[in-house]
Design a protein around this ligand. Structure first.
Ligand SMILES: [Zn+2]
Length: 309
């Protein structure tokens, strides 16, 4: 990744980290978005186009492009109720993914039930029906291979529609942001994140740096899974699971495998606990709006996915 792109992603993430201090709620009465006056405007953000697609492109499954720059065909929906999971924020219509991701979530929720004693998982955003950039939140989640999982155990009952929109996950990080909150963090949280990291399909896991610090301190026995768990802005109510490009998906752009290092040294974490990251200064002058990723910047096949019936 070139350094300008990296910087852009970091700046975006820093901005959304501030916004993520309050968890977004959904609505019981989602309103359709107004039609676009000029959907062919070459400057239009691709999120405006992909954000208006309510159903997947009906074709063979394809994850096209990179996690933060791509789209998805033949997406499968994660059923909103499983034996060991429930989908949250149904109004967002983001429970779509590559079938490998759906299989991972089914497998992982079952494992978590077994190893951590949680009744199951509460699942947040996967991808939009055709993937692509989103109107709100997330730089990635574009190719059906990313999912957010709440750090709150699934209750032992079926949640109502309004609970799924309005219930809040539990903040895991202490107000000073330097460590996890002992009133919220439990040994079972480590077991859940470890179960995800130990799944061979999983490429990376993103958590808040305070959570990474706690995992480093508390992991016993085999610690090799820690190398997959990376600090990230936000991710203090939920963790983010990213799976590898599925085999045979030649259009999927993979990322380099994580290093073998645990990432637990003081040096590894120093950046995340530095003053500008812990307490980002709000800009004193109006910020120029970020230029939106256009359809032309996505892989060419994404145009076909978008216009498919
Ligand atoms: Zn995430």
């Amino acid at each position: 990744m070139n350094s300008r792109l990296l910087l852009a992603i970091l700046l975006y993430a820093a901005a959304s980290a501030t916004a993520a201090l309050v968890q977004d709620k959904g609505t019981l009465d989602p309103q359709p978005l107004a039609p676009l006056t000029n959907p062919n405007d070459p400057h239009l953000g691709a999120k405006e186009l992909f954000g208006r697609k309510a159903l997947p492109a009906p074709s063979a499954v394809r994850s096209i492009g990179f996690y933060a720059k791509g789209c998805l065909a033949g997406a499968q929906a994660l059923p909103i109720n499983g034996k060991t999971w429930q989908v949250m924020r149904l109004s967002r219509n983001r429970n779509w993914g590559h079938p490998d991701m759906i299989a991972l979530l089914e497998r992982l929720s079952d494992k978590v039930h077994e190893v951590a004693g949680w009744p199951g998982l509460l699942v947040g955003d996967l991808s939009q029906p055709r993937g692509g950039p989103m109107l709100t939140g997330h730089a990635s989640h574009q190719v059906g291979l990313d999912a957010d999982i709440w750090l709150t155990p699934m209750p032992d009952r079926e949640l109502s529609r309004s609970e799924r929109e309005e219930m809040s996950a539990v903040m895991m990080v202490r107000p000073d942001r330097l460590d996890v909150d002992p009133k919220a963090w439990t040994p079972s949280h480590l077991l859940v994140i470890r179960a995800a990291a130990q799944d061979p399909a999983v490429e990376r896991i993103f958590v808040n740096a305070a959570i990474k610090k706690a995992l480093c301190r508390e992991a016993k026995g085999d610690r090799s899974w820690l190398s997959k768990v990376r600090p990230m802005y936000g991710h203090d109510y939920h963790f983010h699971v990213r799976i590898k490009c599925p085999s045979g998906s030649s259009e999927c752009q993979s990322q380099p495998p994580p290093s073998e290092k645990e990432g637990c040294s003081a040096g590894d974490l120093a950046y995340w606990f530095s003053e500008p990251v812990l307490h980002p200064k709000l800009p004193t002058t109006p910020v120029k709006p970020r230029r939106e990723m256009t359809l032309a910047e996505l892989p060419a096949a994404c145009r076909q996915i978008l216009i498919a019936p």
